[in-house]
Write a protein that binds this ligand. Structure first.
Ligand code: SAM
Length: 400
């Protein structure tokens, strides 16, 4: 009997039922999607000051409490999305050879140690998938004294990783290869414990699929960047997710990663300027072209934003092959952009409440896929969110 299918199905039903509150593009909306269906929620959002919005964005528990008045399913959804903290199996700060952490950024080092500490020791050789410079592999090789094969696409990273491993005398072999290439399957073996720390979207999915096909003994992954996929839309893995009514676009898949990380005042101000300029230009172009669709504008050099809104519009119009008339009241459209920004922020506040539940839908889909392939699966967090918001670990081992 699957451990996760009930939770997945309940979460799936609630996410489907409430999709009007999260599955939309705030940028493309000129009013709240629930403007008429739930005016009380719209009024409450409009009554919030910018500071209230900022505070609630940083305090999900308070946000759920406030939103539950309008969306009473939210506490239950968060209950379903709640997963245990994985207990460390080995020491979080093991005795390691000197110099092992050289060149590893502080937070990455903490992630690597925390990930290592919750991994069950199967005394098997390790396969590190999308290894970067093999930071995790270094700790695995040193702590478990077993061989590590580290596969990575970027040659410079494999070279740096290999030379650091050689200097440290660690039993690590880097393989420079594309994880998607059919030949890369040859590094995946039955007698192995495969790991992937923050391998993006299809990269960790392809590992799970190949591990299941090869009957590899164990695999532990920490998923990230769910939207980095080769198809246009999400391809569900497990039978319950295939049956689900939810169809997830890349825009939906970005949602779990948009959790607000506390930004400084300067970054917040820069974002306000850029987003309100974009929205102001969008309102202007809609007015001129009578086309109601949102017109995306490419990335902009941050220096251009300093020249003001009118220059931004001239640049954006050029990018889009649009002729702007001489007599535009730029102050009016800038104000419109700023008003739209405030609306977008409030829509994002509502979507914020669905981020972790949606992430757990994706995580349980992976867990159910591995269970169906005959693996015993556990899901939990391996570190606190300030160390990394992508703190979920899926561990699967073949049932004996
Ligand atoms: C987010 S980084 C994670 C690196 C490392 N696991 C860590 O946690 O520090 C993802 C890594 O995947 C690698 N990568 C991207 N596409 C790849 C591919 N097709 N095949 C192999 N590696 C790939 C990138 O070069 C990058 O080093």
């Amino acid at each position: 009997m699957s451990a996760y299918s009930d939770t997945f199905c309940q979460l799936d039903a609630l996410l489907t039922q409430e999709r009007a509150y999260w599955q939309f593009m705030p940028f493309a909306c000129h009013e709240y999607p629930w403007q008429h269906s739930m005016p009380a929620l719209s009024d409450w959002l409009d009554s919030l000051s910018d500071q209230d919005v900022a505070n609630l964005l940083e305090d999900t528990a308070a946000l759920i409490g406030e939103l539950a008045v309008f969306l009473p399913v939210l506490p239950e959804m968060h209950q379903l999305a709640n997963i245990p903290v994985l207990p460390p199996v080995s020491e979080i700060s093991p005795r390691l050879p000197r110099g092992l952490d050289v060149g590893i950024p502080g937070r990455k080092w903490q992630q690597v140690l925390a990930f290592n500490a919750v991994l069950p020791s199967h005394k098997l050789p390790w396969l590190e998938w999308c290894a970067g410079k093999g930071y995790l592999g270094r700790v695995l090789a040193a702590c478990h004294n077993t061989r590590v094969t580290s596969l990575e696409w970027q040659r410079s990273l494999t070279e740096d990783g290999q030379s650091a491993a050689n200097q440290l005398g660690l039993p690590m072999t880097f393989v420079q290869a594309d994880a998607f290439a059919p030949e890369s399957a040859s590094v995946i073996r039955p007698n192995q414990h495969a790991v992937a720390l923050h391998a993006c979207g299809d990269l960790h999915v392809s590992l799970l699929e190949r591990v299941a096909a090869k009957r590899t003994a164990a695999v532990s992954i920490s998923p990230c960047c769910y939207h980095l996929i080769r198809h246009d839309a999400y391809q569900p893995l497990s039978a319950p997710a295939i049956k689900s009514e939810l169809r997830l676009s890349k825009h939906d898949l970005r949602m779990p990663l948009q959790e607000t990380v506390t930004a400084g005042q300067r970054v917040k101000q820069q974002r306000f300027v850029e987003v309100s300029y974009r929205l102001g230009f969008n309102a202007l172009q809609k007015h001129l072209t009578h086309n109601d669709a949102y017109l995306p504008v490419p990335n902009v050099q941050k220096a251009l934003l300093k020249n003001g809104f009118a220059d931004f519009c001239l640049w954006a119009a050029q990018q889009k092959g649009l002729q702007l008339p001489e007599d535009i009241d730029y102050a009016h459209w800038q104000q419109k952009g700023e008003a739209c920004f405030r609306k977008v922020e409030r829509m994002e506040l509502v979507r914020q409440a669905f981020r972790r539940p949606l992430e757990m839908w994706l995580v349980f889909d992976r867990a159910l896929f591995m269970e169906d392939a005959g693996y015993q699966v556990s899901v939990g967090t391996f570190c606190d969110k300030p160390i990394t918001p992508r703190n979920i670990l899926i561990h699967a081992q073949l049932e004996k």
